[in-house]
Every structure is written in C-alpha cells, then in structure tokens.
Design a protein around this ligand. Structure first.
Ligand SMILES: Cc1cc2nc3c(=O)[nH]c(=O)nc-3n(C[C@H](O)[C@H](O)[C@H](O)COP(=O)(O)OP(=O)(O)OC[C@H]3O[C@@H](n4cnc5c(N)ncnc54)[C@H](O)[C@@H]3O)c2cc1C
Ligand code: FES
Length: 255
C-alpha cells in the first residue's frame, strides 16, 4: 500500500513455515534478492502470521523493497532487538518524526485493542503534509474517543489547516501528567535528543523515556559487531533503549 511519495507498507506472507511473532519495536532483516539486506521495524502486528513493514526508499535496498510487486519473494530473518516498554498502566506519550512513526504504530494499535483506561497521546511530525504516514488511520483514531493525536509539519501546504513547526512545540505545551507518563520516541537522533530534553524539563523521569536507535546492521544478532555504538550492539541491546543509556551515545558518529 502506498503511504507517501517515497514510502509503502508491505504485508509479507510466509512462503513456508509460519512467521514468528514480533513485539512492537522489534525489527526484521529484510533481504531483497541480489541487492542486500537491511533492518526494518514491524509497523503492525496482525497476529495472523503475516508481517507488516513500512519502508521509505532512501537507497538501493529500501528502494528494491519499496518497489517489490505482489508475489515478490523476499528473505526475512527475525525477530531481532528489544521492544518498547509497555508493561504498566502509566500514560503513554508517543513522539514520532517521519518514518519513525512506523515502529510506534503497533504500540498505538495495541493500546487501542486493549481498551484499557491508559491515556495515549501521539505527537507526530513530518516534513510536509504529504509526508505524513497513515493519515487516514490517524484521522479515524482522532475521531474516536481514543488516543489524542497531534500532527505537525515542518512546511505547510495549501489545504493544510493543522500545525506547522517541529514536534518539540506541541511537546512543550500538550497537557501531560509527567510523573505518570512513559514516553516513546522514534525519529532522527537530533529530534529524539531535543524531545527527551523537553520531556525532562517537564518533569518526566529519564528512566521513563525510551528511544529507538539506528545503526547500520549486518548480522542482526550480535555476532559481527557492525552496529556497535559505545558499549552497545544496537541489534541486540537495542534498538529500543532507555534515555539514560542513549543520552551519552547520541554524539557518537557511525564508523
Ligand atoms: C532497527 C532499525 C529499524 C529500522 N526500521 C525502519 C523502518 O521501519 N522503515 C524504514 O524505512 N527504515 C527503517 N530503518 C532504516 C533502514 O534500515 C535504512 O534506511 C537502510 O540503511 C536503508 O538501506 P539502503 O540500502 O536502501 O540505503 P543506504 O545505502 O543504507 O542509504 C542510502 C542513503 O540514504 C541515507 N540514509 C540511510 N538511512 C536513512 C534514514 N533512516 N534516513 C535518512 N537517510 C538515510 C544514507 O546515509 C545514504 O546516504 C531502520 C533501521 C534500523 C537500524
Ligand atoms: S549487526 Fe552484527 S552485531 Fe549487530
């Protein structure tokens, strides 16, 4: 399914054995035959043995996956990595930038399916209105008596009546209960850094802030060292880590 001019959502059905269950935040290594293999998070967990991924075409492998026609055979390894922390009844604040909304969508869907009294807030940003993922789904959600959905774009367009500006702006003012909020952040590293600082400033404890890290990956299961970031192997110890772990690592450049 086409999401934006450069992003699609693919549903992968097993060619043989049933695919294993993933948890929100985890990723698969997807292999486009003859081109290469990259990590891609699950963007929905239908529970019927299929896998759902949203892919933005940025280079050769993601372009090949993006362009895959129905019936294309892809390689899949996984599940890999850590999952978002969803283990209590605290309020959930999801903050996403661009394609970073994809790994958070399963959390949103799971929170809705549970029908708990948990308060769920989504603040999502994109470059332009046309770059916003899952617009129809988010519109339906915000029409329901469910999650609070705040969308913002860096650059408005004719016909866009919503917010213009970075996600840090609604993050600074949207009503939250800081002591009882778990914040999950996914997007470019500078965005996550600024958002985490804003949340700390509002009184959300550091240990209640989680981020999803990105590094180049090869094996996906802690063997090759390709994804090393300080003391972490991001494929094994991440991608989801607590902010106290991530904070000193943000300035570390990829080799
Ligand atoms: C744990 C994890 C989960 C991920 N989940 C997803 C996902 O759900 N959906 C998704 O689309 N991507 C996801 N990614 C990112 C994806 O794996 C990379 O974008 C991948 O490197 C693309 O491979 P490529 O061969 O197509 O391009 P590459 O040859 O690796 O990159 C081509 C060009 O694009 C730039 N580039 C690479 N990645 C990005 C990026 N994320 N943003 C902007 N520029 C970039 C590179 O610097 C390079 O200039 C995830 C990454 C990790 C580590
Ligand atoms: S990708 Fe090989 S150790 Fe992480």
């Amino acid at each position: 399914m086409t999401e934006t001019s450069d992003s699609v959502t693919l549903t992968l059905a097993p060619a043989g054995d049933r695919l294993p269950e993933f948890r929100p935040g985890q990723f698969a290594m997807l292999y486009a035959h003859g081109i290469g293999e990259i990590p891609i998070s699950v963007s929905a967990i239908p529970g019927d043995g299929t896998l759902v991924h949203t892919i933005r075409a940025v280079g050769p492998v993601s372009r090949a996956l993006h362009d895959a026609e129905p019936g294309t055979v892809l390689g899949v390894r996984g599940p890999f990595g850590t999952a978002w922390r969803l283990d209590d009844d605290e309020g959930l604040l999801l903050v996403a930038g661009g394609i970073g909304l994809a790994p958070l969508r399963p959390v949103l869907r799971q929170a809705l399916a549970c029908r708990s009294s948990r308060r769920v807030i989504l603040i999502a940003g994109a470059r332009t209105p046309a770059d916003l993922l899952y617009r129809e789904e988010l519109r339906r959600l915000s029409d329901m008596d469910g999650p609070e959905v705040v969308l913002t774009v860096d650059r408005g367009e004719v016909g866009w009546n919503g917010r213009v500006g970075f996600v840090t702006e609604p993050l600074a003012t949207h009503p939250i209960d800081p002591a009882h909020t778990t914040a999950l952040l996914c997007g470019p590293e500078p965005m996550m850094r600024f958002c985490a600082r804003a949340l700390l400033g509002r009184g959300v404890p550091a240990e209640r802030i989680e981020v999803s890290l990105e590094r180049n990956m090869q094996c996906g299961n802690g063997l090759c060292g390709h994804c090393q970031l300080g003391p972490l192997l991001v494929c094994r110890d991440g991608p989801v880590v607590g902010y106290p772990v991530a904070e000193p690592l943000f300035p570390v450049k990829e080799l």
